[in-house]
Design a protein around this ligand. Structure first.
Ligand code: SAM
Ligand code: SF4
Ligand code: F3S
Length: 437
């Protein structure tokens, strides 16, 4: 057993958080303990993201900072994992020789073996081969107390022309329904009442093993004894089937929130992005969702400044936003990712134009989010108490089933409780209210 301390820094999406929880689980299983202080750690690991250039810049900044720690403590082991590790491989070590190992996205299960190898031999390791198997039964050290991340599949087959993810996460591979359900059962036995099923495109679940599709899996997870809330992300608009929508409607614990990234609101750009749906087919899916689930919240991702974007394309996106009326949207500036088809497309959009369009898009969306939230004035909603609000320890923060953040003053309730809260102050990004007894 080892007696050192570790610190893991995580960037990127929920998949990276879930992977990091498996890395922590392994480190703890061989005797390492967690430290909050990077400077006190014997093992430092950065789980990285490369979806946009800004994400990579942050990691390079951190890698630079850790050089000083390495100079002070020659026994410190410093590793890079995740999507940037997969993308850059040993280039990372050439750029920063103080890195001891580079662990690809398919190699989470090798972490402790590699650290032990470095301890014994002091030679650097790079391991970035993505296989098509899934490592099961890894120990998991979960970050949340009541909400658990549960990956149901890895990789992506969609190759949207702007996106690096398929290159760094490999092809789609689904866990078996038995493995997913067993993980959910274990989480519930440990006190978790909410799970979020994760995948780059959860509606593609099971297309490889065909043992169950995503709707079947949702039904199985919904039936796990003791579960209170089941969330899932991300759904791809191309295959959000009627069966899936009906399953959510008929579910007991399946939360009425669908994150359905549209990326853009003009067919010309959607085609260039290789998103394989059209504005019309997307609109039809939303109509079907809203018909079946009138209370559901709908959120999205949008990219501005994709190569070739014209003022007309952008105006069409603003119109689409006004038409669909999302509860909220993540809006991104297009970031060129080398190796993806869009990076070499003609007519890249100038930075100042991109920024101006992003601001217009955010303004439009903020007004819509605010108007939708204002309609919740006076509503009594079921909230799961998640913890103290970041800004005020006397205030609880929780979420509605539709994934809206709600702040309310402390009463007799405790973390993890489900309470009814009456909304008295709806805002753009959150709701405020009071517990109703
Ligand atoms: N699989 C999900 C889907 O298809 O919607 C998204 C996963 S991706 C990690 C999250 C978001 O990052 C995408 O929905 C997209 O809006 C954004 N994104 C991906 N590549 C990008 C790029 N090159 N520049 C800007 N945003 C990007
Ligand atoms: Fe990227 Fe598209 Fe796959 Fe999402 S579906 S991860 S945007 S390639
Ligand atoms: Fe980033 Fe990899 Fe997620 S590139 S967004 S951490 S899948």
């Amino acid at each position: 057993m080892s007696t050192g301390r570790y610190k893991i820094l995580v960037y990127g999406c929920q998949m990276n958080i879930a992977d990091a929880e498996r890395m922590e689980g392994q480190l703890q299983s061989v005797g390492y303990t967690r430290t909050e202080e990077t400077a006190d750690a014997d093992v430092i690991l950065i789980n990285t993201c490369c979806v946009r250039e800004s994400a990579e810049d942050k990691v390079y900044g951190k890698i630079g900072e850790i050089k000083k720690l390495k100079e002070r403590n020659p026994h410190l082991i410093f590793g890079i994992a995740g999507c940037m590790a997969q993308k850059e491989g040993d280039n990372l070590m050439q750029r920063a020789p103080h890195i001891d190992f580079v662990l690809g996205t398919g190699k989470v299960q090798e972490l402790t073996r590699i650290i032990a190898e470095i301890r014994a031999e002091h030679s650097p390791v790079v391991d970035t081969v993505i296989g098509n198997t899934i490592a099961e039964n890894l120990p998991i050290a979960r970050g949340g107390k009541f909400s658990a991340w549960v990956p149901i599949m890895y990789g992506c087959n969609n190759f949207c022309t702007f996106c690096i993810v398929p290159y760094v996460r490999g092809r789609e591979r689904s866990r078996t329904p038995e493995d997913v359900v067993a993980e959910v059962r274990r989480a519930v036995a440990e006190g978790y009442t909410e799970v979020t099923l994760l995948g780059q495109n959860v509606n593609s679940y099971g297309k490889d093993h065909k043992a169950a599709d995503f709707a079947d899996l949702l039904r199985m997870v919904d039936e796990v004894e003791g579960i209170r809330r089941v969330r899932f992300m991300t759904s791809h608009p191309k295959d959000i089937s009627d069966k899936l929508i009906d399953t959510i409607r008929n579910g007991r614990h399946l939360c009425e929130h669908i994150h359905l990234p549209v990326q853009y609101g003009s067919n010309r750009i959607l085609k260039a992005m290789n998103r394989v749906y059209t504005v019309e087919s997307y609109r039809e899916r939303v109509r079907r969702v809203r018909e079946a689930l009138p209370e559901a919240s709908l959120t999205t991702d949008l990219i501005v400044g994709f190569p070739g974007e014209t003022e007309e394309d952008f105006a069409a996106t603003l119109d689409f936003l006004r038409e669909i009326r999302y509860d909220s949207a993540y809006t991104f500036l297009y970031s060129k990712r080398s190796g993806t088809p869009a990076a070499t497309m003609a007519n890249q959009v100038a930075d100042d134009v991109k920024h101006a369009r992003l601001n217009r898009l955010m303004e439009e969306q903020n007004a819509i989010s605010r108007a939708i939230n204002e309609r919740l004035m006076g509503a009594e909603l079921e909230i799961m108490v998640e913890g103290a609000s970041k800004n005020d320890p006397r205030v609880w923060s929780g979420r509605t089933r539709t994934n809206k953040i709600v702040l309310f003053p402390h009463g007799a309730e405790r973390e993890g409780d489900f309470v009814r809260v009456k909304i008295n102050q709806p805002q753009t990004w959150l709701l405020k209210g009071e517990v109703v007894s």
